[in-house]
Design a protein around this ligand. Structure first.
Ligand SMILES: [Zn+2]
Length: 339
């Protein structure tokens, strides 16, 4: 059958099957090459120069298998990989398969065995990619916003989570059960599903931690639902936000039918379950990256091609490599918040 015969045969299919076919073909196409998308975008001038954002650049030969460009504005050269997590990566021919396996959340052992790469490479790639998720889908919050912190026990390797903050069973009572060997993650969501998960500090959060996490992303006129934590009160006051406080100890679960923090608490539970069951705990140093992974998966879960969308955002992030190289510094800064 030639193309025209196939086309006319397809047109005779019921609509449902036509849609299935589109889906099938789309998946096959994207399987071929996720990472060429950025190259196409540069050729078509859909993205700017990674150094100065100018669109006045032109093709300037090749560089080790990638296309090189030169910018008329800043006079610098770059390739489709400059600044991205793909920059300097060896064995790029394995990247598409790696992304498939990562998207299926296969273990590093499984990836290592399938691709015949060593475990360190598999681990480094994971965190280069996850570093590129950091700024993906970070829209403003508006309407009813829920925010609450949750805790993970500090860990070099495995990570045991605490089910509920401040509910210590037996043992010596410390400050509501929150000590500085626990990592506080501030989780925020609004009702349209915009989300933030920020590894904030060791131990109890302060107003500045909330401000760092979401301070510049709250739309005017929003309503902030939180528990009675004093830092949230301060944050709401400083930002002129209407705040609805749900007092857990008074069993206040919902106010006026709509104000609650149940979405955010459900996210706490789900992210912990995911970390525990998929990775058997993760080290504190990389916790932010896993938060990025969970958040971006959530953000794209309704997309037709979630994986392609995630990779597109990821390969467009020209600060990803720099961010990846900062992981250790950020970890040192986090640890320094221990008193
Ligand atoms: Zn430039």
């Amino acid at each position: 059958m030639d193309y025209h015969q196939i086309l006319s045969a397809i047109q005779k299919l019921p609509a449902v099957e036509q849609n299935l076919l589109i889906k099938e073909l789309t998946e096959q196409t994207v399987k071929q090459d996720y990472i060429s998308v950025r190259r196409e975008k540069l050729i078509n001038k859909q993205v700017g120069c990674p150094h100065c954002s100018s669109f006045k650049y032109y093709r300037y030969g090749k560089d080790k298998g990638s296309i090189r460009f030169k910018c008329k504005e800043c006079k610098r050269t770059f390739t489709e990989y400059s600044g991205t997590w793909l920059s300097g990566l060896h064995k790029k021919e394995l990247v598409n398969d790696y992304l498939d396996l990562m998207h299926q959340q296969k273990s590093l052992d499984k990836i290592t065995a399938t691709l015949q790469i060593n475990k360190k490479t598999a681990f480094d790639w994971r965190h280069k990619i996850l570093s590129s998720f950091q700024e993906v889908e970070k829209q403003e919050f508006n309407g009813i916003i829920e925010s609450d912190e949750t805790f993970f026990l500090q860990s070099d390797k495995g990570n045991i989570n605490l089910k509920h903050k401040g509910r210590k069973r037996g043992g010596k009572s410390s400050k509501r059960g929150i000590s500085d060997d626990q990592v506080a993650v501030i989780v925020t969501t609004d009702r349209k599903g915009t989300m933030d998960m920020t590894v904030a500090t060791m131990g109890r959060i302060e107003k500045k931690d909330i401000d760092n996490a979401i301070g510049d992303r709250i739309s005017k006129g929003s309503i902030l639902c939180t528990d009675g934590h004093v830092s949230y009160k301060g944050f709401a006051k400083d930002n002129n936000l209407n705040q609805v406080v749900l007092q857990a100890n008074l069993k206040q679960r919902v106010k006026q039918g709509v104000y609650h923090i149940q979405n955010v608490n459900s996210l706490h539970n789900r992210v912990k379950k995911w970390i525990d069951s998929t990775f058997w705990g993760v080290s504190t140093k990389y916790l932010q990256n896993y938060m990025n992974w969970f958040r971006v998966e959530q953000a794209f879960r309704k997309s037709i091609c979630p994986q392609q969308d995630m990779v597109d955002c990821s390969t467009d992030d020209i600060l990803a490599l720099a961010r990846y190289r900062q992981i250790n510094n950020r970890y040192q800064m986090l640890i320094a918040t221990q008193t």
